[in-house]
Design a protein around this ligand. Structure first.
Ligand code: ADP
Length: 183
């Protein structure tokens, strides 16, 4: 379900409510943990849908730091690639959580640029088990993507793939302040 869309420069930014594992895009982003060896939530769903070859490739990456991103193939997914990021665990907000969350989005877009990807879908990183307040996270997600888009000219479609209508509403609100409406 598409909630809303806006244009920012060359790119269409879209908010949808969906299961990210079903999307046919160049890359879906995985809210992983630092081991990159699978976990619960969206991470578990992505690994289940991609099949065992994904964890085999992840094993060769030797983990990932909080705020950073690493890319693999998508295997059985419709998506060609998976960008694995490690979001911050929310600890009250004074431990650099906002910067680390923004860094996940920035680093993902850097990988999109490097691999010349045209479309990418993000889940709402850190807002599940890692307990980042969903409203703040939505604002950070949209702002970080909008800021980094100018340096990512090949990227024409960015999807915020929310898992609940409430999360969709928060991202829609965050998007309302950036770019111009598009159909
Ligand atoms: P984190 O550990 O980064 O908090 P979670 O997987 O627990 O990661 O949650 C991150 C977000 O992903 C939450 O908003 C959760 O509702 C959402 N989510 C869980 N499963 C899916 C899925 N299949 N597709 C899209 N989003 C999902």
């Amino acid at each position: 379900m598409s909630v809303s869309a806006r244009r920012v420069g060359q790119a269409r930014l879209e908010v949808i409510v969906a299961d990210i594992t079903t999307l046919r895009v160049d890359a879906i982003v995985n809210a992983a943990n630092s081991s990159l060896l699978g976990g619960g939530g969206v991470d578990g769903a992505i690994h289940r849908a991609a099949g065992p070859d994904l964890v085999a490739e992840c094993r060769m990456l030797h983990g990932c730091k909080t705020g950073d991103a690493k890319i693999t193939k998508g295997y059985r997914l419709q998506a060609k690639h998976v960008i694995h990021v490690v979001g911050p665990v929310w600890n009250g907000g004074s431990l650099g959580e906002a910067d680390l969350l923004a860094s996940c989005y920035r680093r993902s877009l850097e990988l999109c640029r490097k691999h010349r990807l045209a479309s990418v879908a993000f889940p709402s990183i850190s807002t599940g088990v890692y307990r980042f307040p969903a409203d703040q996270a939505a604002g950070i997600a949209v702002a970080a993507v909008v800021e980094a888009l100018t340096a990512t000219p090949d990227l024409t479609n960015v999807i915020f793939c929310c898992f609940s209508p409430e999360s969709g509403r928060l991202h829609e609100e965050a998007m309302a302040t950036s770019g111009s409406p598009c159909s």
